[in-house]
Design a protein. Structure first.
Length: 306
């Protein structure tokens, strides 16, 4: 795309135009673009340029990562929200929400990933050299662990959820160890059996993550490791199992550089939206957040920002 100004100086409007033009590629009929993230800009053939505003040139190009969603899922989600008499301001992938709250610019520079262990799905987002370089969503989450426990122990889902949160370590307990839980009835549970049930599903999740990281040559190669967020991150000793399977440093996400009374990893996505929206819209800590991502977030959360 040609630079608009006569003196050849690249403006933010030129960047917006080239990013909009980068979205005009063919997609399957069942996919919609949610946002685009620039990987590099090319100025008059010069590649690997990150910041182009203020530079001079004749032609500006951009390589982008397009984050897409399955159209029927997006439409069903929109219909559910609209059916509740609510207004839709933005559609934001869950896997990207927590990053502004739990990652530092230094971590994004050297290589890091967030792993959102949700109820029905697990979302992966990988960052390197300050940019989002890959995303993936796996159709398995912490709710599957609850269901496995309910089936394996023949108990109600509510009981299974409590067992998972309080005793559901994916690491083997002492031989013969039992736990007791009161939920309208007495239940003695062999820790060894619980380990087998939980471990099978947890290993499946991390194996899917490893397979995805291998496809982008990042398996075991994330210097800043993996940050776990989402409700599934509350599973006892999940960090130990993640370290064992992923072969990198692993930690539970905590808000970085923000005072928060909420330490539950299930709420880190919401905190991430607030942190990002409080930024300047395009950049958060010097890291590009997407062409429309933060603009949509700011509109959505404007009434709550001082």
């Amino acid at each position: 795309m040609a630079v608009s100004r006569a003196d050849g100086q690249i403006s933010s409007e030129d960047v917006d135009r080239v990013l909009q033009a980068a979205q005009t590629f063919s997609l399957p009929s069942n996919k919609d673009i949610l946002d685009v993230f620039p990987q590099q800009f090319v100025v008059d053939g010069e590649e690997q340029v990150k910041e182009v505003v203020g530079m001079r040139g004749v032609r500006l190009e951009a390589d982008v990562l397009a984050v897409c969603g399955f159209t029927p899922y997006i439409r069903n989600l929109h219909e559910a929200v609209l059916g509740a008499d609510l207004e839709i301001r933005a559609t934001i992938p869950t896997s990207l929400m927590s990053a502004p709250a739990v990652l530092t610019p230094q971590q994004k520079e050297v290589g890091v990933a967030t792993l959102d262990l949700g109820a029905g799905t697990t979302g992966l987002a990988v960052y390197e050299q300050g940019d989002l370089i890959h995303t993936a969503v796996f159709p398995v989450g912490s709710e599957n662990i609850t269901n496995d426990i309910a089936v394996g122990l023949r108990c109600e889902p509510e009981v299974a959820e409590r067992i998972k949160v309080e005793f559901g370590s994916s690491r083997r307990g002492k031989k013969g160890e039992k736990v007791e839980i009161v939920e309208g009835q007495f239940l003695a549970l062999p820790q060894k059996l619980l380990h087998r049930i939980v471990d099978a599903r947890v290993r499946e999740i991390f194996q899917l993550v490893n397979k995805e990281l291998k496809q982008i040559s990042k398996q075991g190669a994330l210097p800043a490791g993996v940050v776990l967020v989402g409700g599934g991150a509350k599973l006892p000793k999940i960090v130990d199992e993640a370290k064992k399977e992923l072969k990198v440093t692993v930690r539970i996400g905590k808000p970085q550089g923000v005072v928060s009374l909420q330490s539950d990893p299930a709420f880190l996505g919401v905190i991430g939206l607030l942190v990002g929206a409080a930024g300047d819209g395009r950049q958060e800590g010097g890291i590009h957040m997407g062409t429309s991502f933060m603009q949509n977030v700011r509109r959505m959360l404007k009434p709550f920002i001082p």
